[in-house]
Write a protein that binds this ligand. Structure first.
Ligand code: AMP
Length: 602
């Protein structure tokens, strides 16, 4: 939705007109919708419902209520009293019918011709979500808004380039002939992606053939090659999730000699076998022997520094690195900082396949402190207050819930699960993300991403979320830093096959670490879980000692390959922090080098 579209519908608040007058001042537009967030939210809901009130799903709940004649306040309370909260599973049968070719207005009045696949790397199963032109438009809007905030702090040269480490997955047709792919894939293929480059006056280094090549190793090579070919012009380096930046530069440590040869001679390594990609890249590059020698010189020096400061050395005009660095991406911050040296890390915005949610209005903040201002025009938000259960014996539910509240009623310091009602046919849809309200931008809440709501580690009365696990792993891995080693990636598994059940944490590490230290890391993690259920169960030995498994270098790359092979896109990839997936467990166990059992609680 175009910024201001809420008020374009002549609601009389003048925001839409104001937006049109200030086409270039997207920040003023955002300030205004944020100032009127409660009002704008009700209008957003009214628009969604006016457009779609007679679709099958809504009719089921609204019955004969004549919603067209209602004012926005009455409509809001009717909507939340009649339409139930829904999970993806509740909407799945409707979405499936659409995927199978049912053209009746099931969820939206406008026919849905495209479906997105959520990455599925957090919950293990990819889910279909409707995608419309509205989805690409909001992506363009948030990118422009975020770019405006960034350029206030870190201005970039107009007409410069961006090294965008982005990847499309394959598009395919559903049974009913709808195009399906990840949301990022749809976006990179859309007009809006081209418009974004023009509006933000920054152009990506790689052509479409590299982004959508479908082989992430070949795409990464070409992204790096072209990024270096245009290195003088590159203003910033970006990817969707920080994982891809770290992954690309880790590859670079092995690829740089071949890349330099290609730049020197204006040729392309034989490792690039995709004809379209080869052709497109060869049309761009030409011999640059001086640049190749310069890069080589830097790389020899960087190698001796373990690649510290790789980015500013090779991209001397880059102003920052921009990517999602919050949530499960925090693990990669250390490595990212290592590559970025003194270059600022700017944490990118908060969104999901279902909808964009919030923008980082404080790009100068370190990623650890970043919050996201909810955008009140993109969808209608509700927030379910949630409280962690302290002494419950029920492992089924992880939190106690209160009644959902609208955006205008959230409280600072409270944790909530986000609920979305979108223009793309999701009604009171539980996103499954937990956020904390950290403050306000005008009158729209600034959200601190906490974690996915689903419990990830639980054996009996213990309940640990992704965030709990992350904190524990951070503590344990501090001991690694002290001996000059680093944690590259991790995941976990609640093993209930052997009795008593116990947690297994898998680590891939870089550097030599004595067994004594790893044993200490293992105990440190076991002792660092603060969840009462875990502590009590460990004391009584109803949960066994935590096991730390060290896996061979390259194990998590193999896991990535497994996901990509199943259709996930690198741009949306997130290492699952807990898994029960048998294929993944087989990889992890086959590649296990050593394991340690905690002696904490003895
Ligand atoms: P996907 O399933 O690929 O659509 O991924 C969307 C999910 O990624 C969200 O629901 C969040 O859990 C996570 N996510 C997206 N943006 C951020 C962010 N800025 N910080 C932390 N987590 C995020």
């Amino acid at each position: 939705m175009e910024p201001g579209a809420v008020s374009n519908k002549s609601n009389g608040n003048g925001i839409g007109n104001h937006r049109q007058e200030c086409e270039f001042d997207i920040i003023s537009w955002f300030d205004e919708v944020s100032e009127n967030a409660g009002f704008v939210q009700r209008e957003t809901l009214r628009r969604i419902l006016e457009e779609n009130y007679d679709v099958e799903y809504l009719k089921k709940w609204f019955g004969d209520n004549k919603i067209q004649e209602m004012d926005a306040c009455a409509l809001e309370s009717l909507f939340t009293s009649l339409v139930p909260l829904a999970s993806h599973a509740d909407l799945d049968p409707y979405i499936k019918r659409i995927a199978d070719g049912d053209t009746a207005p099931v969820l939206t009045k406008q026919p849905i011709t495209t479906l997105s696949l959520s990455s599925g790397t957090t919950e293990g199963r990819q889910k279909y979500v409707p995608f419309t032109s509205y989805s690409s438009q909001t992506t363009l809007d948030i990118f422009r808004l975020a770019a405006a905030y960034r350029s206030r702090v870190y201005p970039i040269r107009e007409g410069g380039r961006i090294l965008e480490l982005i990847y499309s997955s394959k598009q395919f047709k559903t049974k009913g002939g709808l195009t399906a792919a990840t949301a990022t894939t749809h976006y990179y293929a859309s007009e809006e992606f081209k418009i974004k480059q023009e509006k933000t006056k920054s152009f990506t280094c790689s052509p479409e053939e590299v982004i959508s090549g479908g082989d992430y190793k070949q795409s990464t090579y070409c992204h790096l090659l072209l990024g270096l070919f245009f290195s003088e012009e590159v203003e910033f380096i970006t990817s969707t999730f920080a994982y891809s930046v770290v992954q690309a530069f880790t590859e670079f440590e092995d690829l740089w000699k071949d890349i330099c040869d290609d730049i020197r001679e204006g040729k392309l390594s034989s490792r690039i076998t995709l004809p379209k990609m080869r052709k497109a890249v060869l049309e761009i590059i030409s011999p640059k022997p001086y640049l190749a020698s310069q890069i080589e010189g830097h790389c020899y020096k960087l190698q001796s520094l373990d690649w510290f400061g790789l980015i500013p050395n090779l991209w001397p005009n880059a102003k920052y690195v921009y990517s999602i660095m919050t949530g499960s991406m925090q693990l990669y911050l250390k490595k990212l900082r290592h590559y970025a040296g003194d270059l600022p890390l700017v944490s990118a915005d908060y969104g999901s396949t279902e909808s964009w949610i919030g923008v980082n209005v404080d790009p100068f903040l370190p990623p650890e402190n970043v919050t996201f201002a909810a955008i009140p025009t993109f969808c209608y938000f509700e927030f379910i207050p949630i409280y962690r259960q302290k002494d419950s014996c029920q492992a089924i539910d992880d939190f106690i819930e209160d009644e959902p509240v609208p955006l205008s009623q959230v409280k600072v310091g409270q944790e909530y699960e986000i609920v979305l009602t979108t223009f793309t046919g999701l009604y009171r849809y539980r996103l499954g993300d937990v956020v904390e309200v950290a403050g306000f931008h005008k009158r729209t809440p600034k959200l601190n991403f906490i974690c996915r709501r689903k419990l990830i580690l639980s054996i009996n009365i213990d309940k640990n979320t992704e965030k709990d696990l992350q904190l524990v792993v951070e503590k344990g891995s501090q001991l690694l830093s002290k001996v000059g080693a680093e944690l590259l990636d991790f995941t976990s598994h609640a093993n209930v096959v052997s009795q008593p059940g116990h947690y297994i944490i898998y680590w891939e590490i870089k550097g030599e670490v004595e067994e004594r230290v790893l044993q200490e890391c293992c105990c440190e993690m076991d002792a660092s879980f603060v969840d009462h259920g875990y502590v009590v169960s460990r004391r009584t030995n109803s949960i066994g000692p935590l096991e730390l498994c060290i896996v061979k270098r390259g194990t998590f790359k193999k896991i990535l390959d497994h996901f990509i092979g199943n259709g996930a896109a690198l741009s949306q990839f997130k290492t699952p922090r807990c898994t029960s997936n048998q294929v993944l467990l087989r990889i992890l166990n086959d590649w296990k080098i050593k394991s340690f059992h905690s002696t904490a609680y003895r």
